[in-house]
Ligand binder design. Structure first.
Ligand code: FAD
Length: 249
């Protein structure tokens, strides 16, 4: 509980443990559960692994683990999902990850709350903020769309997200900054829809993000968002230089 209190006091920070747990969970518990992965689903997996390799803040010893995953999925017609799970388990035995698979800032007050979905949002916000491919500013949003469509086990969430991507013209996003803001707005729409829902953790009520206390400048006098300030806030919070390890302040 002391740790919990300390984490809550830190406010909007991103922990390596939550990001790593998102990737591990997605590989071991979503992708590994699919019997045969092929066609569009395989493309979505290859694209997902590609951005994780490019932008994820894994330590040095994870590079061979990622290479193994990428080699395994490249230029093949189909793969068996469980084999992905095996590769991750072997990496765990070789201590590739920096921590046990647990959630830290994403831990709910009860195990049915928060956890993986929270970490998945953080993972994709992190990726939008740290992506650098100017020629393809939608790179991360497309990967997220593919991941959520083909692998995210929450079917309702997946449908909502796909519907939102179409309605909010995700495919028109034309710069890296707009991609960061697109995901922020989309996430706020979800927060609004789920406020007061049964799935809401009473200790972490859904609010519009960032809160006024966390970023007073993010809201204009007329109550509209100041997107320049929001962008700064997101870049600071999700910037790779600001990812915290447990124990670091
Ligand atoms: P989350 O909403 O998971 O947010 C995680 C963290 O991200 C927050 O603690 C905060 O630090 C940060 N954050 C919050 N808002 C923003 C923002 N706007 N921009 C940047 N950072 C932010 N659940 C359903 O019941 N129905 C659904 O339809 C549904 N759709 C989903 C779609 C997707 C793509 C995902 C990933 C999840 C979805 N979920 C859905 C789960 C739901 O959105 C939450 O993840 C879950 O309820 C846990 O909520 P949480 O309180 O941990 O905060």
């Amino acid at each position: 509980t002391l740790l919990k209190q300390r984490i809550q006091k830190m406010g909007d920070v991103v922990f390596q443990m939550d990001l790593e747990s998102a990737v591990r969970y997605s590989l071991k518990l979503e992708i590994a559960n699919i019997k045969i992965i092929q066609d569009e689903q395989l493309k979505a997996l290859v694209a997902y692994l590609g951005v994780v390799e490019k932008y994820f803040p894994f330590g040095h010893n994870a590079s061979s683990f990622l290479k193994e995953l990428i080699d395994f999925t490249h230029n093949v017609g189909q793969i068996e999902g469980w084999k992905i799970g095996e590769i991750v388990k072997r990496a765990e035995e070789n201590r590739v990850f920096s921590s046990p698979q647990r959630f830290l800032a994403c831990e709910g007050s009860l195990s049915r709350y928060r956890g993986y979905p929270c970490s998945l949002w953080k993972l994709f916000h992190y990726l939008t903020v740290n992506a650098v491919q100017e020629e393809n500013p939608k790179e991360i949003l497309d990967v997220m769309h593919g991941y959520v469509k083909f692998f995210f086990a929450c079917a309702v969430c997946s449908q909502h997200f796909q519907e939102m991507a179409a309605r909010r013209n995700m495919s028109d996003v034309a710069s890296l900054d707009s991609a960061i803001l697109w995901l922020w707005e989309a996430h706020n729409e979800v927060n609004e829809r789920l406020a007061g829902d049964l799935t809401e953790d009473p200790e972490f009520p859904k609010r519009q993000f960032p809160t006024n206390e966390a970023c007073p400048r993010c809201v204009n006098l007329d109550n509209s968002w100041n997107s320049e300030e929001v962008l700064k806030y997101l870049k600071n919070m999700y910037g790779s230089f600001n990812v915290r390890y447990i124990g670091s302040d």
